[in-house]
Design a binder for this molecule. Structure first.
Ligand SMILES: O=C(CO)[C@H](O)[C@H](O)COP(=O)(O)O
Length: 219
């Protein structure tokens, strides 16, 4: 399967968001990753509905919305209405995960569940068949530019096995510290979607960096 690249807007220049989105529209990235943080579930606050609506006006790519917020079920319909194509919620933030996943699917968005680094993949065994995405955090959520956690490689294998056993069609998405040093191994272990923030936006030539990331993993 073709690897999907999802640059994370968290690392973009917010003072020039329209040109950053235009650049991503021209790139080989299929998705734009949009990190929402509430200052409660994670120790940081990012952006929400008005910014997503503004990005949606210009973006030609799927908006891949990652909700790092407590009890995200309260806001699913609003994020869908603001332009989310995919909505991913955290296992650790949802007391009623099954209900929240159904809400996402009912909204018409693709449904994902994210796992913090300390959360075992096996907690998804009862819900994996309902999921379009499993997002494995390869850093602790809340900040871009962190170091990739090596244990992620094993978690990707475990997620792949869980998906295979259950017959689920869920894609495996990796988020945090992704670069050309770890991308090939991640794909070899079974990752389908790579989120990359600083690796893309800190690069002098983001279009070439996105292409290089995509091509390096499709060899
Ligand atoms: O979810 C996130 C942080 O919580 C970011 O998407 C992630 O950290 C990507 O940024 P980088 O590639 O710079 O690590």
């Amino acid at each position: 399967m073709n690897t999907i690249i999802a640059p994370s807007l968290l690392a973009a220049n917010f003072a020039n968001l329209q040109s950053e989105v235009n650049m991503l529209n021209q790139s080989e990235a299929e998705w734009i990753h949009f990190d929402v943080m509430d200052g409660v579930f994670v120790p940081n606050i990012s952006f929400g509905f008005p910014v997503l609506e503004a990005v949606k006006k210009y973006a030609t790519k799927v908006l891949d919305v990652h909700l790092m917020i407590q009890e995200p079920g309260r806001y699913v319909e609003q994020f869908r209405a603001a332009g989310a194509g995919n909505i991913t919620v955290h296992y650790e933030a949802c007391p009623h995960l099954h209900r929240t996943v159904q809400q996402i699917k009912d909204s018409g968005a693709k449904a994902g569940v994210a796992l913090n680094p300390h959360t075992p993949v096996q907690v998804l065994s009862e819900i994996i068949q309902d999921l379009d995405l499993v997002l494995i955090m390869s850093v602790n959520p809340g900040f871009g530019g962190q170091k990739f956690i090596q244990r992620t490689f094993q978690k990707v294998q475990e997620a792949k096995e869980l998906i295979r056993e259950s017959g689920s069609k869920a894609l495996i998405e990796i988020d945090g510290g992704v670069n050309q040093q770890n991308s090939v191994a991640l794909i070899e272990q079974g990752a389908n979607v790579l989120v990359a923030g600083n690796f893309v936006f800190s690069s002098p030539e983001p279009l070439k960096t996105i292409a290089a990331l995509k091509n390096s993993v499709n060899v």
